[in-house]
Design a protein around this ligand. Structure first.
Ligand code: ZN
Length: 109
């Protein structure tokens, strides 16, 4: 079971208090965007065995969305950070690279 700490209200709780919302840092495609880009935005998601950046919501707490970096194979949580960011902050990247030296953030998809 995952134990998560909400970066908004700083409550630490089991994952059942939260709700996963899929991949983080997706780039939205607006009106006038190419159909291929819109299709990718709607349907194409990463599903790595390893480091994954995800969106989570503190459903039974403050209700706010945040981002979480974790390892899907080991369930290690590298950290949580604001959903108002367009890329993982430096301290999260450093925590990931401590465990996965070859990890590179691919940028928004
Ligand atoms: Zn919260």
């Amino acid at each position: 079971m995952l134990i998560l700490t909400c970066p908004c209200c700083h409550v630490t709780a089991e994952e059942t208090e939260f709700h996963a919302g899929g991949e983080a840092h997706l780039t939205r495609v607006g009106p006038g965007g190419a159909e291929d880009a819109f299709e990718s935005y709607l349907f194409m998601r990463q599903n790595p065995k390893g480091v994954h950046l995800e969106r989570w919501r503190h459903v039974y707490g403050c209700g706010k969305w945040f981002h979480l970096a974790r390892d899907t194979a080991t369930l290690k949580v590298f950290g949580a950070y604001s959903a108002q960011t367009t890329e993982p902050p430096d301290h999260i990247r450093a925590a990931i690279r401590d465990q996965h030296p070859d990890w590179q953030w691919h940028g928004a998809s």
